[in-house]
Design a protein around this ligand. Structure first.
Ligand code: DAH
Length: 339
């Protein structure tokens, strides 16, 4: 009997030594120490032993059970330790690996120009005004001194929603809304989207952007207009650029001017970019017509003002050397990434 118990012990220890995972180890425990295991059977059969043998065998079985239990516990911690090491190995982080690159977007060139011009004017004490893109005939034309059938309307054909409602052709309508809504002194710029029924080509799109400016105060003269616009143009295009004011016509200003900047490509000598003239037209401007002031409730005897308007696409194209306006709308990343 004692030999048999020893044999069970050896067999159990050998099996414990050979298992390689916790499930198999549990199987060995059940086989040897469980209710149906050989050792339990021996304990159950003690009744048939000689009385003096019972404590000997009982003691031996318990000792063997203790040994097997100990071996199982040891094996269990070995297996758990190994599993932990394996897991740590799998979870190792290589801190020298380059990280996942975060793709940061860029501002669109039109946004860059808007931001730059807004910054310049905020620095000059202007604030930003807004108006609706769906505008009435009154604000887009009438109040800007374009009466019905005025020939200057032809240059700004647009999309009509009703006979009196249209998509605004310029941001000049915001001049009127501003003067109606606030007493002078006024210093505002109005950036925004405008529409014209133009065919698409390298310099035209039916939707584009403008920034309007309006200053109304006591004794405002053409000299103030020149001062502000020269400052703007030098900030935008650099100090070496020359600025030229040419007489022009707009119904809502008198006198009116078109403003040119000397061509950066040829330094004013004349080249393909400036069609040989040495100058590039960048905006329209003038002294606000007294009719416009009066129609908006501003006393033209007391106040005077200047206004100007520029195309944002045109400025972006000149500033960044873009030769086709459609590039600004195609959303080609190869183009947009360059800014
Ligand atoms: N609204 C004119 C246009 O879209 C631009 C313009 C010219 C605006 C002269 C002005 C101005 O404020 O004084 O062609």
């Amino acid at each position: 009997m004692e030999d048999k118990i020893k044999a069970i012990q050896e067999e159990a220890i050998a099996k414990i030594g050979s298992v390689s995972n916790l499930d198999d180890l549990e199987g060995v425990r059940v086989d040897y120490l469980g209710k149906k295991g050989d050792l339990t059977k021996i304990l159950r059969g003690m009744g048939s032993l000689e009385p003096e043998m019972r404590p000997v065998i009982g003691g031996l079985v318990n000792k063997v059970k203790g040994e097997i239990n100990k071996a199982i516990s040891q094996k269990e911690s070995q297996l758990k330790e190994a599993a932990k090491k394996e897991r740590l190995k799998m979870e190792t982080i290589d801190v020298t690996l380059p990280g996942n690159e975060l793709k940061v977007g860029k501002k669109h060139p039109l946004t860059l120009v808007f931001d730059e011009i807004k910054d310049i004017f905020l620095g000059l004490g202007f604030t930003i005004a807004e108006g609706p893109e769906i505008e009435t005939d009154y604000y887009n034309f009438e109040a800007l001194n374009f009466p019905d059938n005025h020939p200057a309307r032809d240059m700004q054909d647009t999309f009509y929603i009703t006979e009196n409602t249209l998509l605004r052709t310029h941001t000049s309508s915001v001049q009127i809304r501003t003067m109606e809504g606030q007493e002078p002194p006024i210093r505002v710029i109005a950036p925004g989207r405008v529409y014209r029924s133009d065919d698409i080509d390298a310099t035209h799109t039916p939707v584009f952007h403008q920034i309007e400016g309006l200053m109304v105060d006591k004794d405002i003269s053409f000299a103030n207009l020149k001062g502000v616009l020269i400052k703007l143009i030098k900030e935008l295009f650099g100090d070496d650029r020359e600025v030229r004011f040419r007489p022009s016509y707009f119904p809502f200003t008198e006198p009116s001017a078109e403003v040119d900047v000397s061509c950066a490509a040829c330094d004013g000598d004349g080249c393909r970019v400036c069609s040989g003239t040495g100058w590039l037209e960048i905006l329209g401007a003038g002294m606000v017509h007294p009719n416009v002031l009066e129609m908006s409730g501003v006393d033209s005897e007391e106040w005077s003002g200047f206004a100007f308007g520029m195309g944002v696409e045109r400025i972006a194209m000149l500033k960044y050397g873009i030769d086709d306006i459609r590039l600004l709308y195609n959303n080609d990343l190869r183009f947009l990434k360059q800014f």
